[in-house]
Each structure stands twice: as structure tokens, then as C-alpha cells.
Design a protein around this ligand. Structure first.
Ligand SMILES: [Zn+2]
Length: 447
């Protein structure tokens, strides 16, 4: 059989159920789908294909899945750092969003975020923000796969001046994008139980259920949020959401740091997934999610970067290293969260968390050809004893050489094929100049 695309001469880290690694193998792709994964035999040429990609002995793995991010926040990278979550949000991020988030800025910031993700090996992301139609158009143009949601919050937001219409606005987004584009799947995202009323949360979940879509929400990110929830409702944020009947297999909760044993049991029993964002949690000193306990309870956990303003990058290789090291330190156990498990979180479990387990997350026949190839001919990746160890502890996003989504090449030899990156950088820098001068004027007024 001839293929459209053949990737050969690579070490295949399949992340399938058995964590199979093929030391020298090839992958045959037809119609954007993986049709064959085979070891190469000596003196036997690989099969023919329209396009042959020589992985040059490098590592080949499923594209990474960023299970929690806010793409246009790349605009605010480094704008306000070294602050606690509440003042970071209320004094810096929310005002900057109110002033500068509009379709034009969202478009360029999303293209920037997609460029950064593709160049560092992320082929699918999940999240939500405002002006999401523009986000979806920008994502679709880059060829990245995504689950995207129009954000719901109970105060005036960019593009939704009247919060009474927030759920309607989000529902209309899902109707416009449902089965509209092969790579964009719509979703509903409520910001958090502390910024959305019970009524808003319930209506938003109902809107997601109407079309069988993923419902996303930030939960138990800070101790303050948990304490406030207990004093206001008598329940933890997780228990409160359960009482509202919002937790099921189509619910993805970001952060989940301040959990007690009962919360973990609820999440496991309801089959909800968690998006773990260790770098954002560390930077905002929000706390350490009880990851090993969540995993022991059988909860599906994906890995996320969160928005760029609290990370401050979208490189999931860095996030994998951080996750592995953080939970070893937190548990005092160097065997906690081994490399293979972290890779699984960033690929197949992330795919499961966002409702895409049947399509992506591993190199297996029948799955979409979302594949990345890393160049291992570099000092920091030499020698190579254990591929999974290198992927978590030694490699970085900059080692990604080729990226394919549904069999389409989006990065070849570290060059983006669907984005004019110089144009994107120039446009974002021009918008940032406005943000900088606005900040400057504000500081003069305060003096
Ligand atoms: Zn977030």
C-alpha cells in the first residue's frame, strides 16, 4: 500500500496502552489518518509514499495536547508578574482586557499563541476566552486542532457588555461552530464559581449539554476561593458544583488545587477530568494540586499551560518537566509521577480530558496523524538511553523539528508553513506599544 505521507527512520514513542517504543520504525499516513506503524527491518526499504519525511534518528511522538489555555492572553505575556492571583487579575489583567481585547488584537494574539504552540510541538489545545469567533478563525487558519469556548463571566466582558447575555452569547458560538470546521470543536467555559452565579453556571452547563459539548470551569484555584465558597455556600467549590449537578464526564475542571478527600472522591465518582497547570500555579503561588492523589483515585488529568500571562510561555515540554519535578518534591518521593506518566498526561490523557480520546493522543492506527518529530542530534540530548526520560527531563520545545496535524505539515525543519511569523510578531509588537504607553500614562496619573 502506498501512503500520502511516510515518517521513517525515527524512534517511535507511541504512548499507546502498552507504552510501546519502537527503536527504529515508520508510520504510514493516508487521508490524515495513521494507517500503519511498523518497525523497520534491515535491508528492507520502507513503503512508498507521496511525501517521505526522514526523522533522522530523532524522536517521533503524538503531538502534545494543551488541556488548558487562553490563547489571546499571549498579548499580556510579562505585563504583570510577581503578584498574587487576586491582584494580578483585578488590578492588571481584567483592566487590560477591558481596554485592549477586541477582535483585531485577539486575532493577532491568537496567531502568535498558535505559532508558539506549533513550534514547540503542541498540536491541540483546549480553552476559552472572549471574541471567540475570532479566536476560532485564527486557529483554523493555522491548521492547529482545538476545543474552543466563548468565556462566560458575570460582569461586563470584552464583546459581551451586558452579562445578562453571557450564556446566550456562548451558546450562539457553539451553534455556529458545531461541526463547522474539522479541526475546531466548540465548548462552553464558565470562568469560575466565584465569578459566576449559580444560575449562570447551571444555564451554561445546560447549553453545553444541549449539543453534547465539553463544559470547562476553573475550580479551587486558591485557598481564598475555597474559604469564600465555604462561608458563602457551606460547601467547597467542588461540592458546590456537584450540588448544582454540573459534574459529569463532559466536565473539565482547571487547577483543582484546594481539594479535600471528599472533593477528590466526588471528581472521581462523577468522572470529571482535571487540567493541571503547575507553572501557572507555582508562579501565582496558588498552591500545589494533589495530583498523585487524583491519579490514585483514577481521575483523568491533562496538562495545561494556562494563559501566557501567568506562565509565561506555552511550551508543554517545560510544563512536563515542571510537573514531574514539582510532584516529586511535594511528595518527597522521587518515584512519584515518572516520565512515562507525565508524557501520558500531555498526550493521551489530555486528549481524554478534552473529549478527544478516540481521535488523538497516541500513535495508533485509526487515529488522526497529529505527530511531532524531535531532532535529537544536539549536545543536551546526547547520549540517549531512555527516550521518555529525554522528552521530560532534557528536551525543550525548541527541539521540535517537524509538526503534522491530520497529516498536514504545519512545521517543517522548524519553519511554520501556515503563519508568516514576522508579520505576526510585528503586529503584536505594535499592539503592545499601545498597551505600554497606556500603562505609562496611567502611572503618570497615579504619581
Ligand atoms: Zn485559566
Amino acid at each position: 500500500m502506498d501512503f500520502d505521507l511516510l515518517i521513517h527512520n525515527g524512534i517511535l514513542v507511541t504512548v499507546d496502552r502498552t507504552q510501546r517504543i519502537i527503536p527504529n520504525g515508520w508510520i504510514g499516513i493516508q487521508g490524515g489518518v495513521i494507517q500503519a506503524i511498523e518497525p523497520a527491518w534491515p535491508n528492507q526499504a520502507p513503503p512508498g509514499a507521496g511525501t517521505c519525511v526522514d526523522a533522522a534518528g530523532g524522536l517521533v511522538m503524538p503531538g502534545l495536547v494543551n488541556s488548558h489555555t487562553h490563547l489571546p492572553m499571549s498579548l499580556f505575556r510579562g505585563l504583570a508578574d510577581d503578584l498574587p492571583l487576586i491582584s494580578w487579575l483585578n488590578d492588571h489583567i481584567f483592566p487590560a482586557e477591558a481596554r485592549f481585547i477586541e477582535p483585531e488584537t485577539v486575532y493577532w494574539a491568537t496567531r502568535l499563541a498558535c505559532s508558539e504552540m506549533l513550534l514547540s510541538g503542541t498540536t491541540c489545545c483546549c480553552g476559552g476566552y472572549f471574541h471567540e469567533d475570532t479566536v476560532a478563525v485564527a486557529v483554523a487558519e493555522t491548521g492547529l486542532r482545538a476545543v474552543l469556548a466563548q468565556g462566560v463571566i458575570d460582569f461586563p466582558a470584552p464583546g459581551v457588555p451586558d452579562p445578562l447575555h453571557n450564556v446566550t452569547h456562548a451558546r450562539e458560538f457553539t451553534r455556529r461552530w458545531k461541526e463547522q470546521h474539522r479541526l475546531v470543536t466548540p465548548s462552553i467555559f464558565c470562568h469560575a464559581p466565584y465569578t459566576c452565579s449559580d444560575r449562570t453556571l447551571t444555564a451554561a452547563k445546560a447549553a453545553a449539554d444541549e449539543l453534547n459539548l465539553l463544559f470547562q470551569v476553573h475550580v479551587a484555584e486558591t485557598r481564598f476561593e475555597r474559604d469564600q465558597s465555604i462561608s458563602r455556600t457551606g460547601h467547597s467549590p467542588v461540592a458546590h458544583l456537584e450540588r448544582l449537578n454540573l459534574l459529569d464526564r463532559r466536565t473539565l475542571m482547571a487547577h483543582c488545587i484546594w481539594l479535600d478527600d471528599r472533593d477528590i472522591a466526588i471528581i472521581a465518582n462523577r468522572g470529571c477530568a482535571v487540567a493541571h497547570c503547575p507553572e501557572s500555579n507555582m508562579k501565582l503561588a496558588s498552591g500545589i494540586a494533589p495530583l498523585t492523589r487524583l491519579l490514585a483515585a483514577g481521575v483523568t488529568v491533562g496538562l495545561g499551560t494556562d494563559g501566557c500571562a501567568s506562565n509565561n510561555n506555552l511550551d508543554l515540554f517545560g510544563e512536563m518537566a515542571t510537573a514531574a519535578k514539582l510532584h516529586k518534591l511535594a511528595s518527597g518521593d522521587p518515584t512519584a509521577l515518572d516520565a512515562a506518566r507525565v508524557i501520558q498526561m500531555a498526550t493521551r490523557d489530555g486528549a481524554r480530558a478534552i473529549g478527544m480520546a478516540d481521535r488523538i493522543g497516541s500513535l495508533e492506527t485509526g487515529k488522526q496523524a497529529d505527530i511531532i518529530v524531535l531532532d535529537t542530534r544536539a549536545p543536551h540530548l546526547t547520549p540517549l538511553y531512555h527516550p521518555q526520560s529525554h522528552l521530560v527531563y532534557a528536551a525543550g520545545g525548541a527541539d521540535v523539528r517537524h509538526v503534522f496535524v491530520a497529516g498536514q505539515a504545519l512545521v517543517r525543519d522548524r519553519n511554520l508553513l501556515t503563519v508568516d511569523i514576522d508579520q505576526v510578531i510585528d503586529r503584536v509588537n505594535a499592539i503592545a506599544a499601545d498597551i505600554r504607553s497606556n500603562q505609562h500614562q496611567k502611572s503618570i496619573r497615579q504619581d
